[in-house]
Structure formats: structure tokens, C-alpha cells
Design a protein around this ligand. Structure first.
Ligand SMILES: Nc1ncnc2c1ncn2[C@@H]1O[C@H](COP(=O)(O)OP(=O)(O)OP(=O)(O)O)[C@@H](O)[C@H]1O
Length: 625
């Protein structure tokens, strides 16, 4: 079905406005959210007031009708009844309208907060993700957000309605008989006391339930992500036992919450029923006494009962609404932990330069994870358009260095410069657009091969983008394999690229980096899962890339490093050697030792690959065996 152009343009405009809001808002507060949707709340409040006013008039018209029936002119009783009918239609319309205004506001708050959450999650760095697991984040962005929606919709509507319902009903009741009103509300203090006590308990139990749900989601998410490992170690039963622990905690917390919630409604209902009982006893006495003797009319009795009945539900709903408000507040506090988390990496004061040449200068760069120093006094330069290989044993700090260059970690000030500008002084988006970092553990999105490769393109499905995608796939030596997939480039690779081999994933990720074409291309170990022939082809592609941009190649392979203009050797976070391949071989240091190790390993591989000769060698028969 074709999309309605008017609707889609409205939706696009609303999306764009929401994205802009999500990107710019700094302080997210409950009051701020109310202010943003004030027109809807004001409209909702006005129609709710109109609704309760109509109900108030209906009570009075009911009194007039009944009193006329028992008067000397019962034939006039139809007039107020007709008016009552008109007002009932009006009350119906205003009731529906009030719900539309307020519930829509609640939905809109949820819609905006969801975008805001993702915008915040994009900005936060490793320090935050170390503290909050993805299961916990998922639980907050679904369960807690739904509670916040209820607060901003159902909760607000009911709390406002209770106030108006009290006002509207009280006016009728007090006007008919102040004493009867007092009698009917004899249980009100008890109701207020119970509401206060229960709302405090609801708050605590809701928090425990939400926290238990977070732990449950986390455990489920970890099990899902590691399902292959669990299966391959045949540890399903043990994992189920572990899961049952958090499952049980959630059950207990939610049962405790349900018990409190289950108690609150009947208790409040009973208190209100006691009030009705008192009304029938004392109201009946006043009715029998009659107006001439300080009592009330039949119409008064009926109208009073209508007004009291209108308050029964709001009184009962008060407890329920307060619990929704409490739960919403707890959930909003949990979301605030994400909204208020400080990004480690923020924009610098300088505007984005018009263009970047891609020259890198690193001076005295040090970095620690918590208290563990992993880089210390690293200094080197890469002129624009040149290539550098970063070589070092595993854990020597190569990936950390690459991430600091792209400000994917909090880069210290005065240590990393692009074209002479400290990266900390530049806008983060400019640095990240300039430094294209293809990370070591190739992450693929659960979409098609084409969209994975063309991820950085505006519209990866456009025909002109397909050309770029194909070229990048060819350069990354993955074109043939992509074309042999069931739906070629349109094949969906599954979650995290589960349908591709490790080497294929790595090359799709490499193609993604190549199609991006940044001024500085940082490739983190792009050859770890490829065979020798593919490696040679990829290295040629990287050389072609290096003609147009600065390339930083992180690698363990001397053969790959040898093709770069210069080589930096890291050892335990320090630069221990620098120079060209030939220079480093001559120094007989770590790099030369690497080269020797790899040469020997290569020779051994070749010997193993050679088919054994059936004729005895001159050395002896032992070689054949
Ligand atoms: N997020 C992190 N939190 C704490 N320590 C970390 C973190 N990431 C890396 N490290 C530690 O920092 C050190 C350097 O890691 P890094 O990944 O930079 O090394 P590398 O040279 O790229 O290693 P490899 O060649 O194995 O990829 C290692 O000791 C590692 O354990």
C-alpha cells in the first residue's frame, strides 16, 4: 500500500524535530518534559474540568427532576431530564477528549525519551558501559520507559481527575448538607493515611522489582549472546540454575509488589464503602425528617448519592494512580542515570576545519585504564598521505592507541594532533569523520551485506551507492564470496554476521572502512583471519588506499608492516623502535626478532605443505617416514 504523502511528510518533520531535540537537550527532568507538552496537558485539564462541571450539573438536574416528580407539577419533570441527556452527551465527548489529549502527551513523552536515550547511549564511552550492562540498559529502555509513559498519561489524568471530581462532587454534597458530607467522609482521614503508607511501600517495592528485572534481562541477554559457548560446553543445566536465581529474585520482588498492590485497592474500597454505609444511615434519617424539619428532600438524597458515588472510584483510583506516579518516578530516576551520565569525550572549542590533510602528530601520549598504565610517552609523526604500521606483541597497547587517535577513548589533552590541531580542541564528529577506525573485532549489523559495507553512505540501497559498495568489496577481497551468497549483496548476514565465516566478516568490515574513504584510515589487524594469497591482495588494496590518504595499519605481520612508509614498534605501551622496515631489520631489535620468527614459521609451513617424496632422499629413509 502506498504511503500517504501527507502523513509521511508529517512523520518526517516530526522525526527530524525529535532528532534535533534528542541531540541538543542537556538536562532531562520530569518538569521539563511536562513543560514541553504543556499545551496538551492544559487542553486535557480544561476538558476534564468541563467534564466534571457537566457531571456536577447532572447531579443538580437529577435533584430537580426528582423533586418535581414529588411536587405539585410532576409533568415538568421531563425538562431537567432532557437537559441531563444533553449534558451526558457533552460529558461523554469531554471525557474522550481529555483521554486523547493526556494519553497522547504520555505517548509523545515516551517517543521523545526513547530517541533521547539512544542519543545519550551513542555519546557515552567505555567507562559507562563497564558500569551498566546491555541487559540493564535494555530493561530500562523498555520496562522503565513504559512506566514513565503511564506516569505522563494515565497517572496525570487520574490525579487531575481526582482533584476535579472532589471539587465537583463536594459542591453538590456541601450545598445539600454540610453535616451529611462530614458524616460521609468520616473515613477520609483513614483513606489519606493508608494512601500515604502504601505509596511509600509501593515506591520501595517498585524499585526492587525494576532492579530485579534489570538483572534478569542482563542474565538473559548474556545467555543469548553466549548461547553457542553454553551449548558447546554442554553447560545448559548449570546456566539454567544460575538464571533461576535471578528469575526467582524477580518473582519474589514482583510478588511482594503484587501483594502491596492487591491490598491497597480492597482496603481503600472498604474505607469508601464504610463512608457509603454512614451516608445511608444518616442520610436516611435526614430524608425521613424532611426539609421542613432541617432534613433533606428526596431529590437531595438522590443527588447526594450520585455525587458520593462519583467520588468512590476517584478515591479508590487515587491509590492506584499514586502507585503509577510512584512507579513512574522510580523509573524516571533509573532513566536519569543514563540521561545524566557524563560522556568522557566532549566537543572541543574550535570549529571544524574546512578540510583535513591527515597529518598525525603524537607527543608523549600516556593512557591508563582505571589505574593500569597501558601507554606511556608514545611519540611519533605520520606526514599527511603517508602510511605507518604499528607493530607489537599482543597487549602492547596498539588498539588503545588507535582508539585514542579517533577519540573513542578520553584522549589526554596535548598529546594527539591532526594537522597541528589538538584533537581535544576539535568537534568530536570532525575527528571521527577524519579518522576512520576499522576495529579489530569486526562487528556486523543484522542487515544485508550491501548495507553493512555501505554503512557510512547516506543511502546504501541507492544504485550509485551500489557501485561504491562493489568497489570496496573488490578491494577487500570479498566480492566473489558476496556474489556467491544466496541473495548476493542483499543477503542478510544475521545477528552480528552469524551467517558469515570469521574471515568473511573481517573482510566485510574492511570493505566498510574502505567505502568510507576518510582522510586517515586506521585498520586494526585486518589480516588476522585471511590466508596468504588474500593477505597479499588486501595489502595491495591498502597500498592503493595509502596513495589517497594517511593509513595507520595495526598488524602483527612483518610482511604487512614492510609495505608501510614507516614502522612504530610498541612494547608494554612504549615506543621501542621506529624506522623503515630495512632500518629496523638492521637494528637487530624486537622487530628484527619478529621478522626472524615469522620467516621461520613461514618456512616450516611450507615444509609441512610439501607432499612427502616416495623416493628416499640422499640423507636417508627416515625423512620419508
Ligand atoms: N576496556 C579496557 N579496560 C581495561 N583494560 C583494557 C581495556 N582494553 C584493553 N585493556 C588492556 O590494555 C592493554 C592494551 O590493550 P590493547 O587492546 O590496546 O592491546 P593490543 O596491542 O591492541 O593487543 P592485541 O594485539 O591483542 O589486539 C591490555 O593489557 C588490555 O588488557
Amino acid at each position: 500500500m502506498a504511503a500517504n504523502p501527507i502523513d509521511s511528510s508529517n512523520a518526517n518533520a516530526s522525526n527530524a524535530a525529535n532528532v534535533a531535540h534528542a541531540a541538543n537537550v542537556t538536562d532531562v527532568t520530569l518538569a521539563g518534559q511536562f513543560r514541553r507538552h504543556m499545551p496538551a496537558y492544559v487542553a486535557g485539564t480544561l476538558v476534564l474540568a468541563a467534564f466534571q462541571l457537566a457531571m456536577n450539573r447532572i447531579d443538580w438536574l437529577a435533584k430537580a427532576s426528582i423533586d418535581r416528580i414529588f411536587s405539585d407539577h410532576p409533568e415538568d419533570a421531563w425538562k431537567p431530564s432532557v437537559l441531563m441527556l444533553g449534558l451526558a452527551v457533552f460529558a461523554f465527548a469531554t471525557r474522550v477528549a481529555s483521554r486523547l489529549f493526556v494519553f497522547n502527551a504520555g505517548r509523545n513523552v515516551e517517543y521523545e525519551l526513547r530517541a533521547l536515550l539512544l542519543a545519550r547511549l551513542h555519546r557515552l564511552g567505555t567507562a559507562f558501559y563497564r558500569k551498566m550492562s546491555s541487559g540493564e540498559i535494555m530493561s530500562r529502555s523498555t520496562g522503565d520507559l513504559a512506566q514513565v509513559r503511564l506516569l505522563f498519561g494515565f497517572g496525570v489524568l487520574n490525579v487531575v481527575n481526582v482533584v476535579f471530581a472532589f471539587g465537583s462532587a463536594f459542591q453538590v454534597m456541601v450545598a445539600i448538607s454540610g453535616k451529611l458530607t462530614l458524616a460521609a467522609f468520616v473515613t477520609l482521614p483513614l483513606t489519606v493515611l493508608m494512601t500515604r503508607t502504601f505509596s511509600r511501600r509501593m515506591f520501595e517495592r517498585t524499585r526492587s522489582t525494576q532492579e530485579a528485572l534489570g538483572r534478569l534481562s542482563d542474565s538473559l541477554q548474556t545467555n543469548l549472546a553466549g548461547v553457542r559457548v553454553v551449548r558447546s560446553f554442554a553447560l545448559e543445566t548449570r546456566e539454567l540454575h544460575r538464571f533461576q536465581k535471578v528469575n526467582r529474585e524477580y518473582l519474589e520482588a514482583s510478588l511482594a509488589l503484587a501483594r502491596t498492590r492487591g491490598l491497597i485497592m480492597p482496603l481503600l474500597g472498604a474505607a469508601s464503602a464504610a463512608g457509603i454505609l454512614v451516608f445511608f444511615w444518616y442520610g436516611g434519617t435526614l430524608l425521613l425528617r424532611g426539609p421542613a424539619d432541617g432534613g433533606i428532600t428526596k431529590g437531595d438524597f438522590f443527588a447526594f448519592q450520585l455525587a458520593l458515588g462519583r467520588m468512590t472510584w476517584p478515591v479508590i483510583a487515587l491509590g492506584f494512580s499514586l502507585s503509577i506516579v510512584q512507579r513512574g518516578r522510580v523509573s524516571f530516576d533509573r532513566l536519569k542515570e543514563i540521561f545524566d551520565a557524563k560522556p568522557e569525550v566532549t566537543d572541543g572549542p574550535l570549529p571544524a576545519p574546512a578540510e583535513s590533510k591527515g597529518a598525525i602528530t603524537i607527543t608523549g601520549l600516556g593512557f591508563e585504564y582505571d589505574t593500569r598504565k597501558v601507554l606511556d610517552g608514545v611519540s611519533f609523526e605520520v606526514p599527511a598521505g603517508k602510511s605507518v604500521a604499528i607493530v607489537g606483541r599482543t597487549g602492547s597497547g596498539k588498539s588503545t592507541l588507535a582508539m585514542l587517535l579517533a577519540r573513542l577513548l578520553p584522549t589526554p589533552r596535548g598529546a594527539v594532533f591532526i594537522d597541528g590541531h589538538d584533537v581535544c580542541d576539535l568537534p568530536v564528529s570532525f575527528v571521527r569523520q577524519t579518522v576512520g577506525y576499522a576495529q579489530q573485532d569486526a562487528f556486523l549489523f543484522s542487515t544485508t551485506v550491501a548495507r553493512n559495507i555501505g554503512f557510512s553512505l547516506d543511502d546504501p540501497d541507492a544504485p550509485e551507492a551500489m557501485e561504491t559498495v562493489r568497489d570496496a568489496a573488490r578491494e577487500a577481497q570479498v566480492l566473489e564470496e558476496a556474489l556467491s551468497l544466496p541473495e548476493q549483496f542483499d543477503t542478510v548476514v544475521g545477528e552480528r554476521g552469524v551467517q558469515l565465516s570469521g574471515g568473511q566478516k573481517q573482510r566485510v568490515a574492511l570493505a566498510r572502512a574502505l567505502s568510507w574513504g576518510p582522510r586517515i584510515l586506521v585498520l586494526d589487524d585486518p589480516l588476522s583471519a585471511v590466508d596468504a594469497k588474500t593477505e597479499a591482495a588486501i595489502l595491495q588494496a591498502i597500498e592503493r588506499q595509502a596513495k589517497a590518504r594517511t593509513v595507520v595499519l595495526i598488524t602483527h605481520r612483518v610482511a604487512a608492516a614492510a609495505r608501510c612508509d614507516s614502522i612504530v614498534v610498541l612494547d608494554q605501551g612504549r615506543v621501542v623502535e621506529r624506522g623503515t622496515h630495512e632500518e629496523l631489520l638492521r637494528t637487530q631489535g624486537i622487530y628484527a626478532a619478529f621478522a626472524e620468527e615469522q620467516k621461520m614459521a613461514h618456512e616450516l609451513e611450507e615444509i609441512e605443505l610439501e607432499p612427502p617424496s616416495l623416493t628416499p632422499s640422499p640423507i636417508g629413509r627416515a625423512e620419508v617416514a
